[in-house]
Design a protein around this ligand. Structure first.
Ligand code: BES
Ligand code: MN
Ligand code: ZN
Length: 501
């Protein structure tokens, strides 16, 4: 869809639909008031008659209002004015986007951007409008044999800004919003594809496609023989249980000078996690096709970085494999040697994410990155701790952690920190190897991060456990594309800081 920004009063707009907010109870927003005045009280009338009282999630469409140029007015319930916040704003946008796609309008002008969310400026309002509209319109139907496209999809959306002076900010916000939306869409598609399509080789092809898109991108893919040569014993241990060949995908984006150290993004790419010999219960096991959403977020973030031409260097490393219980699969008690030289006693083959990530983290270290951020659907314990709202964040460098937490708040793709204290490390003690791959029931998210921390000593590193946020369950089952917005915001902030320096 096409987006643009414009300043001007609603009663003057020539459009198929004007979108304006109504607060509970029947409280008009400024745009609604202006339209009410121009239409001789048409809005006040429907409110008075009780057809709309502004409850969140509700809408009312007025047709052919007299006194103005627009064909329709879409009233969108925004809830109580005092309670209006980021979540409510996003809900109002989503409600409007759904409604507009089911009506005849092919273009619209939205005044939802004029609503007040504490601490958020017009750039933020515009960017979120783009991101949420794109996310709402997302469909994953490429695996269905028949799809009915919407009869009259919206084609152009104009977002209102307060004055001409805000046009530049607004246009920048649209660019960023569209880049993030593209990254999110890519990540959602990869996540939603089934395990028999989205294999390690498929992920590698998708990464390689990036190199075709931009001359600034270089992609290298290691196969199992090459990984063997390097000594990636932990990653290869997981790959033993399946016939599907593993891959280590390396993506380099050079947006800045060669001498500048890259930011490394390392994404868990388990394209299906059965648990291996420590097999999972069959309940909801299909959702383990989403166990590559960390990898998908790295590829999605690269898409956004390329689109925005960020003046920064990026390294993406994706260890990709299935975790299956084949005849050659690793068994509880097996001991393997990681690329770092450290040995690992595998007490639970379902703790495979850390096994592939540890070798990827060691490998990423060869680039001497400025910072390493890994993104992984790593522990069910993180879902228990934080639910679906926040990713877990653990770090060995508080300043880096703070940057990521702030980026998450800015992008409304939030993370929450858990401690990485030394005391937890001893849960990984093993009688037979340098460490065990599991640390018992207690503090599962923390001990998983403790394990990873042993492979990034002397580096600035942060870990995002996205097990709770990467996909939705139930009727809305599907990948969310998180934490692409957080990661892109983190990079945008880095660019901004560089510019100031
Ligand atoms: N991919 C899972 C984590 C997961 C489970 C994410 C459920 C989302 C929902 C990971 O590989 C795993 O199986 N982790 C184990 C670790 C345990 C064996 C220490 C877990 O969380 O149960
Ligand atoms: Mn597992
Ligand atoms: Zn897993």
């Amino acid at each position: 869809m096409e987006y643009s920004v414009k300043s001007g009063s609603p009663e003057k707009q020539r459009t198929a639909a004007l979108v304006v907010g109504i607060h509970e109870r029947r409280k008009m927003t400024p745009a609604a008031r202006a339209l009410d005045a121009a239409t001789g009280g048409a809005i006040a009338q429907v409110l008075r008659r009780g057809d709309m009282d502004g409850k969140p999630g509700t809408t009312l469409l007025l047709h052919q209002p007299s006194g103005i140029f627009a064909q329709r007015i879409l009233l969108v319930g925004c809830g109580k004015e005092r309670d209006f916040d980021e979540g409510r704003y996003r809900q109002a946008i989503e409600t409007a986007a759904r409604e507009l796609d089911q009506r005849g309008a092919i273009d619209a002008v939205s005044y939802l951007t004029e609503l007040r969310v504490k601490g958020r400026d017009i750039g933020w309002m515009v960017r979120q409008h783009v991101e949420v509209t794109e996310a709402t319109r997302y469909r994953f139907d490429r695996m269905k044999s028949e799809v009915e496209p919407p009869a009259h999809p919206l084609k152009r959306l104009v977002l209102s800004v307060p004055s001409r002076a805000d046009i530049g900010t607004g246009e920048r916000a649209i660019e960023e919003g569209l880049a993030i939306a593209e990254g999110v869409t890519v990540a959602r598609d990869l996540g939603n594809l089934p395990g028999n399509v989205c294999t390690p080789r498929y992920l590698a092809e998708q990464a390689q496609a990036l190199a075709k898109k931009s001359r600034k991108v270089k992609v290298t893919v290691l196969d199992e023989t090459q990984m063997e040569k390097e000594g990636m014993g932990a990653l290869l241990a997981v790959a033993r249980g399946t016939h599907e060949p593993a891959r280590l995908i390396v993506m380099e984006y050079q947006g800045a000078g060669k001498e500048e150290k890259p930011i490394a993004l390392v994404g868990k790419g388990v394209t299906f996690d059965s648990g291996g010999i420590s097999i999972k219960p069959s309940q909801a096991m299909d959702e383990m096709k989403f166990d590559m959403c960390g990898a998908a977020s790295v590829i999605g973030t690269f898409h956004a970085a390329i689109r925005l031409q960020l003046p920064i260097n990026l390294l993406g490393v994706i260890p990709a494999t299935e975790n299956l219980p084949g005849g050659s699969a690793i068994k509880p008690g097996d001991i393997v040697k990681s690329l770092s030289g450290q040995t690992i006693e595998i007490l639970n083959t379902d703790a495979e994410g850390r096994l592939i990530l540890c070798d990827a983290l060691t490998y990423a270290g060869r680039w001497e990155p400025e910072a390493i951020v890994d993104i992984a659907t790593l522990t069910g314990a993180c879902v228990i701790a934080l639910g679906n709202h926040a990713a877990g964040l653990l770090t060995n460098t508080q300043a880096l952690g703070n940057e990521l937490l702030a980026a998450g708040r800015q992008a409304y793709d939030r993370a929450w920190e858990l401690p990485l204290w030394d005391e937890y490390q001893k849960q990984l003690d093993s009688n037979f190897a340098d460490m065990a791959n599991v640390g018992g029931r207690e503090a599962g998210t923390i001990t998983a991060a403790c394990f990873l921390s042993r492979f990034v000593k002397n580096r600035r590193w942060a870990h995002l456990d996205i097990a709770g946020v990467a996909w939705k369950q139930g009727k809305e089952k599907g990948a969310t594309g998180r934490p692409v917005p957080l990661l892109v915001q983190f990079l945008l902030n880095r660019v901004e800081k560089k510019r100031e320096a």
